[in-house]
Design a protein around this ligand. Structure first.
Ligand code: FAD
Length: 420
């Protein structure tokens, strides 16, 4: 499904020695780093993206479900996703990559309430969203929802649905940003002679600093690189990387798994992402089967990991009809899937990069020359376009750091974990 890396269409890979100096070093070649490189190269900067793995978009980004939604509970994140979706839907035109397939499927997000209490909360949320100008979320009774999606359980009392939400191939998106950033002269509206290169299997191990203490570059496993600006986009590793510069960045890596069932004919491939408001359990069509997930609020944060372990109990908590988080509570066909004998399945895992208020860190830090674009708290695919555009505008002084809602030094209130 994803676009393969190749000589012609892939990113420009640095072979051998790293460049001695560039305008901007980006630490991390996940979707946040690649999207940042795209906007920086478009703005005329010479960029070096440094990725410790041997492939871009291969850590957290690869594990994602690739889903996007405008149905958020705050206007700021909604704006980030709205800007991103506009970019994804017009990707060829905006990037100059003619036929890049992002696998976009706008099949909607369907949140289902099984109790009156969560139905009341959902109504309040839709009201709030209408206040943000999001006026295309439908509130449906249980019967109206079942008339449209007959697989839904009789116990569902209400549903909220937005048809424009959907899924994207997030690895293809990250590779698209990277490919376009490496041929920035072809990006419509590009200024200057920007260009991005990607150094793979290279780890940033420290920072170069000037007499004033300002960052002047990075130390890596393949030597130093000078740059007046360095951006941390290291996903769950961002806190550790920031610590190398003496900066405290509160990121709490938290394991999140994805159950992949490659072939399951009972799944309606034209159907929506279907979510249980009570448990957070959900699935979305993928391949000839589905991805199924659930955020367990009890999962503790831990250190960032290079290889994220999976646990079969996660799959059983979704599939076993006796489980309190069973998908069968949402749609009875899951009971039949269990009793017929499970089809082939496997688990993938990554880490959510939670900040205390579950909103990203974007922009300058207290360390001169050091910028961040990270901490997306599980929303980094859908927010990548809007977040990276902001990060580069802030870095270039095009927008004011003091009014940036996602600035690192904003007042933060701990937030309960969302179901997604
Ligand atoms: C199971 C799961 C499902 C998800 N589903 C969705 C979804 O449906 N929609 C959505 O929007 N988001 C989703 N997310 C969240 C999304 O995947 C992340 O927010 C996003 O991928 C983060 O991208 P990133 O570039 O910040 O981090 P990463 O993809 O982790 O990239 C960071 C990179 O930095 C590199 N790095 C770290 N340290 C160094 C160093 N010292 N030197 C060099 N390189 C370094 C790493 O190797 C890594 O490749 C999901 C996440 C998970 C785990």
């Amino acid at each position: 499904m994803s676009t393969p890396r190749d000589e012609v269409r892939g990113p420009a890979i640095v072979e051998g020695a790293l460049p001695s100096a560039v305008d901007l070093v980006i630490i991390g070649g996940g979707i946040a780093g690649a999207a940042s490189a795209f906007f920086a190269a478009r703005a005329g900067l010479q960029v070096l993206v440094i990725e410790r793995r041997n492939e871009i978009a291969s850590l957290t980004t690869a594990a994602a479900t690739g889903a996007f939604r405008l149905q958020h509970d705050n206007a700021e994140e909604l704006a980030l996703v709205r800007e991103g979706v506009d970019l994804y839907l017009n990707f060829a035109e905006r990037t100059g990559l003619d036929d890049w397939d992002l696998g976009i499927r706008q099949q909607g997000y369907l949140f289902c309430s099984r109790t009156d209490a969560s139905a009341a909360k959902a109504r309040d949320l839709v009201e709030l969203q209408r206040g943000f100008g999001l006026d295309d979320v439908e509130l449906l009774s249980g019967d109206e929802a079942r008339a449209r999606w007959p697989f839904l359980a009789p116990s569902i009392v209400q549903a909220r649905f937005r048809a424009g939400d959907g899924f994207i191939d997030q690895v293809a998106l990250a590779r698209g940003y990277a490919a376009a950033s490496s041929r920035a002269s072809q990006i419509p509206g590009a200024t200057g002679s920007g260009h991005a290169q990607y150094a793979l299997s290279v780890e940033v191990t420290g920072f170069l600093r000037g007499e004033s203490g300002a960052i002047t570059g990075v130390e890596t496993s393949r030597g130093g690189v000078h740059a007046p600006a360095v951006m941390i986009a290291a996903g769950p590793w961002s806190g550790n990387v920031a610590a190398l510069a003496g900066l405290t960045l509160p990121i709490a890596p938290t394991i999140r798994q994805k159950l992949v069932i490659p072939n399951l004919p009972v799944i309606d491939q034209a159907g929506p992402m279907t979510i249980d408001d009570e448990t957070g359990s959900h699935w979305r069509p993928a391949g000839a089967g589905c991805y199924a997930l659930r955020t367990d609020p009890a999962t503790p944060a831990g250190p960032p990991l290079l290889k994220v372990p999976t646990d079969d109990r996660y799959a059983h908590a979704l599939l076993d009809p006796a489980s309190p988080s069973a998908l069968a509570l949402l749609a009875p066909f899951w009971r039949d899937v269990w009793s017929a004998g499970l089809p082939a399945w496997h688990l993938a895992a990554g880490q959510y990069e939670y900040t205390p208020d579950h909103r990203p860190f974007i922009g300058a830090t207290e360390v001169a020359g050091l910028f961040v674009n990270t901490g997306y708290s599980g929303h980094g695919v859908m927010c990548s376009g809007g977040g990276a555009r902001r990060a580069i505008d802030l870095l270039l002084g095009r927008t004011d750091q003091r009014t940036e809602p996602f600035r690192v030094d904003r007042p933060m209130h701990e937030r309960a974990r969302d179901v997604l």
